[in-house]
Design a protein around this ligand. Structure first.
Ligand SMILES: N[C@@H](CCC[C@H](N)C(=O)O)C(=O)O
Length: 274
């Protein structure tokens, strides 16, 4: 199976193009592709470009556990870069349709930077247009947290902390991801506010685990701290993999800008999939 591998601040994805395969990768093929020992290794698979009904292009996003995600910020930037590399887009903005909504993207800096209008953040996974973040008590093993739901097209639970470390995300992220209060599991962000325009986050992604960066997580975390009045509307989100810039308006429409890099092109042998 032909693939192209990219990363967005260390959040790596395999692009599989419908023109190169007979059908969409199955759940077990996605699991193998993403496996870091038995496959190529990645934080997810992007399947596109597919014909768009409401956008110029349509994209499907899969997590390493084989589940389908509604949206991915880094995935959208990587997909935009892939379209740019294939000369399917220029520096003009274009539309991408995902199950989590239609976004407008534009590529700059010779493909190395992509801006995506991610749409409006809602603070309730089940009610679009909920523009008030609500605190929820979340118990995870020995620890009591206060979390805020944010829907960026995909679901997030944003937790404010004073002390941040990868271990916090690795230990408590999986326990929160699968709590029954979240209908379709959730992505989890642990957030430290560094200043009025700067936050630091550690991420536990639904279906992927600990990742070095996440675009939709950056949007969710920025929207919550802005809504709570802890930060202004332009926020730099620091993650282990690097920085994403988020700009919000008063209705919580979010614009995300960040880097993308190309890693490799190749073929996964049929033997690996058998
Ligand atoms: N890495 C992504 C998020 C990918 C999807 C996520 N794991 C989910 O299941 O919602 C990003 O950059 O947003």
């Amino acid at each position: 199976m032909k693939f192209t591998k990219y990363h967005a601040l260390g959040n790596d994805y395999l692009m599989v193009d419908p023109k190169d395969v007979e059908q969409q990768p199955s759940e077990s093929e996605v699991i193998t592709l993403c496996h870091r020992h038995y496959g190529i290794g990645s934080d997810g698979v992007l399947f596109g470009p597919l014909p768009g009904r409401n956008g110029d292009f349509s994209l499907k996003i899969f997590n390493p556990d084989g589940s389908e995600a509604e949206k991915s910020g880094n995935g959208l930037r990587i997909f935009s870069r892939y379209l740019w590399d294939r000369k399917l887009v220029s520096n003009e903005p274009f539309l991408i349709e995902t199950p989590g909504g239609v976004v407008r993207a534009s590529v700059s800096s010779s493909g190395k930077s992509v801006t995506v209008e991610m749409g409006q953040v809602s603070f309730n996974h089940d009610a679009p247009n909920c523009l008030m973040a609500t605190a929820e008590n979340i118990q995870a093993s020995d620890k009591a947290f206060i979390g805020y739901r944010a829907d960026v097209g995909n679901p997030h639970c944003v937790i404010l902390v004073d002390e941040l470390s990868p271990d916090v995300a690795r230990k408590y992220g999986p326990l929160i991801e699968c709590q029954p209060r979240f209908n379709n599991r959730t992505n989890v962000q642990f957030v430290k506010v560094l200043g009025q325009e700067q936050i630091q986050i550690e991420i536990w992604e639904r279906g992927a685990g600990y990742t070095l960066a996440s675009g939709s997580s950056s949007v969710a975390a920025a929207a919550v701290v802005y809504c709570l009045g802890l930060c202004r509307e332009n926020i730099s989100v620091q993650m282990p993999g690097g920085i994403i810039e988020i700009a919000l308006d008063k209705q919580f429409n979010a614009v995300m800008t960040g880097a993308v890099g190309k890693i490799a092109e190749g073929n996964l042998c049929d033997e690996a999939l058998s």
